[in-house]
Design a protein around this ligand. Structure first.
Ligand SMILES: O=P(O)(O)O[C@H]1O[C@H](CO)[C@@H](O)[C@H]1O
Ligand SMILES: O=c1cc[nH]c(=O)[nH]1
Length: 265
């Protein structure tokens, strides 16, 4: 039996109650709190601010009349566990991560979007929920909605297996860290993920997928490419981010419309 929140109960970390969510079953989840308002208004110009607790800034939007929560997760696996645990208790059943990423394949360019059908579990938080042999897979319907939306909007996209890490620097084999050092265990991993056909590095999707599968919830992920790791370790300038942001906002909105329509049938 699920441990749902009681009426009037404001959950400790996200600062939200069932009443504030107005029945929202869908959540769009960017990492960055600064991205929430823009995403909420792109989805619904009349979206309203809800709360700001720790890294969790939240707004409520409507898509075809259906309430949709837009809430930041903060960075990394541990942070996104709070989103699944507390929003799950508030009745959210579908989570779409809307983030940024570093691409691993030559044909995934800066500003493109990448949809994850599964992720390699290089995170730590997910291990508290399921042994490492358990796969981090996205929900099929959510993934298809994201793919079809990207196709329809003619947004350049890739779809594949991402790699979720706990560390932006050595975990993603970056040598431009404070001490420039990557532990032996992680040297050569960039090439290996590329050889295995993985699409991208980011830091939350595997944890989200693992927790959602374990809890019987749905999850998907779409990320804009802000670093092209076949070329360099650097993060691209803001104009690239802006282009990616417009694209992932549009795809997320269209995917939600599709998903909501399918769910109603
Ligand atoms: O842009 P967001 O959603 O935060 O996602 C990516 O950006 C952060 C690192 O720069 C990590 O959280 C990573 O997953
Ligand atoms: O290279 C990148 C870019 C964004 N987010 C990541 O986790 N890695």
């Amino acid at each position: 039996m699920k441990n749902y929140a009681k009426p009037g109960e404001v959950l400790y970390h996200v600062g939200l109650s069932v009443e504030m969510l107005q029945g929202a079953k869908y959540a769009l989840v960017p990492g960055d709190p600064g991205r929430v308002e823009g995403l909420a208004k792109a989805v619904d110009p009349d979206a309203v601010y809800l709360a700001c607790h720790r890294e969790f800034t939240s707004w409520l939007a409507r898509v075809n009349g259906e309430p949709v929560l837009v809430i930041s997760s903060g960075m990394g696996g541990p942070c996104i566990t709070f989103i699944v645990e507390e929003l799950g208790r508030l009745g959210v059943t579908t989570f779409i991560r809307v983030g940024t990423t570093g691409s691993l394949q030559e044909d995934l360019n800066l500003g493109d979007v990448v949809i994850s059908k599964a992720c390699v579990r290089m995170d730590g938080a997910g291990r508290a929920y399921a042994p490492i042999e358990y796969p981090a897979v996205a929900d099929l319907d959510v993934t298809i909605a994201l793919r079809d939306a990207a196709k329809e909007l003619k947004v350049p996209f890739g779809l594949g297996i991402g790699v979720t890490t706990d560390s932006f620097w050595p975990g993603q084999e970056r040598y431009d860290s404070l001490n420039g050092y990557v532990v032996q265990r992680l040297r050569g991993t960039l090439k290996e993920w590329q050889a295995l056909g993985c699409t991208n590095f980011e830091m939350e999707a595997a944890t989200l997928f693992t927790l959602c599968s374990v809890h019987g919830l749905r999850a998907g992920a779409i990320c804009g490419v802000v670093a092209k790791r076949t070329d360099s370790e650097a993060v691209a300038p803001p104009d690239v981010y802006k282009m990616a942001e417009k694209r992932f906002q549009a795809v997320a909105k269209r995917a939600l419309e599709k998903l909501i329509a399918v769910d109603k049938t």
